[in-house]
Design a protein around this ligand. Structure first.
Ligand SMILES: Nc1ncnc2c1ncn2[C@@H]1O[C@H](COP(=O)(O)OP(=O)(O)OP(=O)(O)O)[C@@H](O)[C@H]1O
Ligand SMILES: [Mg+2]
Length: 470
């Protein structure tokens, strides 16, 4: 077939009433027909050889020329009107060489449905935004914190008082004692309660992502980053509270960056130059011994001081056993709703065992035990047979309570009271105390004591002589 001349092609395009633009792989305009030029008030001489983004508003031609992915009937605002644009990659011999695009006025019906779609999307967006904001509101208040034991009541009262201040709060306590609940309650009765409560679990986020989660990132900060960048949690929490859960698990490098943010009251998103001022209150929590970590050099001392302005230490459940019946009843009420049950209660034996158990997992453990029981319950009474063996088994519990009376090897309070003196004197002091305690525990039975201490009977007799233990 004979080649068509350029005039012919121009005329055909003109007759088809199309506006056409052709770009090469780099997005440089190779051709633009007269109708398109007229439409955007320019000339062919003016535009050929220029980057298409400099010539056509909101164009995506340069992108299609790179990705090779066609875009059909995309709405594109040009010259104050919404046009319908189609963009196709040009493949020559299977190789991507550039792209061709057309724009036309949409038919009124299509435009109307487009506008309706946008309206719907905006409504959806509004709905999801309000849902997300609801989610960022903290859910619990002090009324949800159950406990009447004097120590717990005092702690709750103190927490209520400090809610009103803007100082940082550090919550410590074993796992499952209610640190997160306290954090929620404090935010909720603070002046910031109309603003977001943004929790972040420092232990759950990989080290390399933590910074961008907290401070956000700018467009193109790293491969895989979302277009347009992403807000960090500090920015999302503006005027509210950031809850740094498991702060003891925060890597040292991140601790420095956090400290700087708290000191300067501003953040710098990853990969950007922008500085954003922040207004947030910090509540941090950990089950770790931060003071010990500071001594060991795994937690920054300056950061520790900054977050430890107000310290709330939540007692473990075994230290407030009087609260166990109250907590059990409250948790049962909660579980009844979840399992569509009514009138479930604990047998006296179960309640007794609950009081004897040491609850290393605290309230969460109690909750789990009750949930397991209610799950398989035929009638309304939770009996011994419905609770796990380790709670039912009185023996193991007796030893564990008795064990806890023994001087424990990792008890910090014991260590704190030790004098600073030559090591061998301290070792002797500790040895003496441990032997005395053990003998107290065995009611003076040396044979039993030697067994518990893992030393021979003669050795124990010798030591008693040395330390003057009767
Ligand atoms: N005083 C309390 N009153 C009512 N429920 C409580 C109380 N303390 C804890 N809980 C419940 O126990 C569970 C554990 O609490 P939470 O998650 O706050 O513990 P945590 O101290 O943050 O534990 P972890 O260190 O493991 O994260 C939650 O379901 C919470 O609702
Ligand atoms: Mg927690």
């Amino acid at each position: 077939m004979e080649m068509l001349s350029r005039e012919w092609l121009e005329e055909i395009i003109h007759l088809l009433n199309e506006r056409i633009v052709v770009v090469n792989r780099e997005g440089i305009i190779q051709y633009m027909d007269k109708a398109y030029c007229d439409f955007i008030h320019t000339t062919q001489d003016e535009v050929v050889g220029k980057p298409v983004q400099d010539v056509i508003e909101n164009t995506r031609m340069h992108i299609v020329a790179k990705t090779g992915k066609e875009e059909i009937q995309d709405f594109q605002p040009i010259n104050d009107s919404v046009m319908v644009a189609s963009r196709f990659p040009i493949m020559i011999d299977g190789k991507l060489e550039g792209a061709v695009g057309t724009v036309m006025f949409p038919d009124p019906e299509k435009l109307r449905s487009f506008k309706n779609n946008i309206k719907q999307l905006i409504n959806d967006l509004r709905y999801y935004r309000s849902e997300v904001e609801k989610d960022l509101k903290s859910k619990y208040t002090f009324d949800d914190l159950v406990g009447e034991s004097p120590e717990f009541r005092k702690l709750k009262e103190f927490a209520k008082v400090v809610s009103g201040s803007d100082s940082s709060v550090l919550l410590t306590g074993e796992s499952g004692t209610g640190k997160e609940l306290f954090a929620n309650a404090i935010h909720n009765s603070s002046l910031r309660d109309d603003h977001p409560f943004v929790p972040i679990n420092c232990a759950a986020i990989p080290e390399e992502l933590l910074e961008s989660e907290l401070f956000g990132y700018e467009d193109g900060a790293f491969t895989g980053a979302k277009r347009g960048g992403k807000k960090g949690l500090f920015e999302i929490a503006e005027k509210g509270t950031v809850f740094l859960d498991e702060i003891g698990d925060m890597p040292l490098s991140m601790q420095s960056k956090l400290l700087r943010a708290l000191q300067e009251r501003e953040i710098q998103p990853v990969g950007g130059q922008k500085i954003i001022p922040i207004d947030v209150r910090i509540i941090a929590a950990t089950h770790r011994d931060l003071e010990k970590m500071v001594e060991e050099g795994t937690f920054r001392q300056d950061l520790y001081y900054r977050i430890n302005v107000i310290h709330l230490e939540i007692p473990p459940l075994r230290k407030r056993k009087d609260d166990i019946p109250l907590l059990s009843n409250m948790l049962l009420k909660k579980l009844e709703k979840k399992f569509y049950r009514k009138g479930v209660h604990l047998s006296t034996e179960v309640m007794e065992r609950f009081q004897q158990h040491s609850w290393p997992g605290n309230v969460r453990e109690l909750e789990n035990v009750l949930e397991r029981a209610i799950n398989v319950l035929d009638n309304d009474t939770i009996e011994l047979g419905d609770v796990p063996l380790y709670i039912r088994d009185q023996k193991s519990d007796e030893t564990s309570t008795e064990d806890s009376k023994l001087p424990s090897s990792n008890s910090e309070s014991n260590l704190a009271s030790l004098p600073i003196q030559p090591l061998k004197d301290t070792m002797a002091l500790v040895e003496k105390q441990v032997i005395e305690k053990t003998l107290e525990f065995t009611h003076g039975n040396k044979l039993k004591a030697a067994k518990l201490l893992g030393i021979g009977k003669t050795s124990l007799y010798d030591k008693c002589k040395v330390y003057d233990i009767k």
